[in-house]
Design a protein around this ligand. Structure first.
Ligand code: SAM
Length: 250
């Protein structure tokens, strides 16, 4: 997968050189290209923002540098035989970033992330590229960050770990919280490792039993209980047809 990121703070992305994502890049699974938006300005101050039409506090990112940057990136990809990318614009007003969306984006060959700052990017940029590309405005949660860089790091980590060959054990993702399939709309229950007892806390006996059926049942019960306690919104959205007799008795 190719990922282009446009930002006025490309140095924010140093973490993409470490751990799973860093290894995926070394192994050629992920190709990440960082771009400084100011390289597409033509004034001495390398200006990327201006005052908002209609008044109000803060500044808005100007459309011209974004247009120049995105045009060049799209053209460079076309020159190497890439199809059109999907453009992802982080914003608190976007559709929620979920595991389902991460799975969908992990299947794309090429993503371009446009990191906003200040009050965001002039809306005409998204309108313009929506005439040519798939454009998604995406929020990572109901809070406001100072810029899109951290949101993009979050999305790339969630997407990157789903790419084939990135995780040692591909089954890990199917057991995760929110994973499509049995864990859809559920969060994972508690996990344990050795030793069997630590500071008086014992690992539940069932996990030491070696009985795979009982362990699977216990894990499902725990997932349902934890979802009920921490995410009743998810439980309410569960399709009743996915619940068995034992689930309903909980
Ligand atoms: N005025 C905007 C609003 O109220 O919706 C907030 C702008 S915020 C200070 C600056 C940038 O941070 C946004 O353009 C976006 O790129 C990023 N950002 C902030 N919160 C975010 C969130 N929850 N999800 C995704 N991106 C976010």
């Amino acid at each position: 997968m190719r990922i282009d990121i446009v930002s006025i703070f490309p140095e924010y992305f140093a973490p993409l050189g470490v751990s799973l994502i860093g290894k995926a890049r070394e192994r050629g699974i992920l190709d990440v290209c960082l771009h400084q938006l100011r390289d597409w300005t033509d004034d001495v101050h390398r200006t990327v923002d201006d005052t908002p039409y209609g008044g109000g506090p803060g500044m808005v990112m100007k459309p011209e540098p974004w247009g120049e940057a995105l045009d060049d990136i799209i053209t460079s990809g076309a020159a190497t035989g890439q199809d059109q990318p999907r453009l992802i614009v982080p914003t608190p007003s976007g559709r929620p970033f979920t595991q389902q969306l991460a799975v969908e984006l992990a299947a794309e060959p090429w993503l371009v992330f446009a990191c906003g700052r200040y009050e965001g990017i002039d809306s005409r940029v998204m309108a313009e590229y929506a005439t040519r590309l798939r454009v998604d405005e995406v929020s990572i949660g109901d809070y406001v960050l100072a810029g899109g860089e951290v949101a993009v790091l979050v999305m790339i980590e969630a997407i990157g770990r789903l790419l084939p060959g990135v995780l040692g054990n591909a089954d890990s993702v199917t057991d995760d919280s929110f994973a499509p399939g049995a864990m859809h709309n559920l969060v994972e229950g508690p996990v344990y490792t050795k030793p069997p007892e630590w500071r008086g806390h014992r690992v539940p006996d069932v996990l030491l039993s070696g009985h795979h059926g009982k362990i699977a049942r216990w894990r499902r019960d725990q997932a349902l209980r934890r979802t009920h306690a921490n995410r009743p919104d998810l439980l309410a959205a569960l399709d009743p047809a996915t619940l068995d007799k034992h689930d309903r008795a909980l």
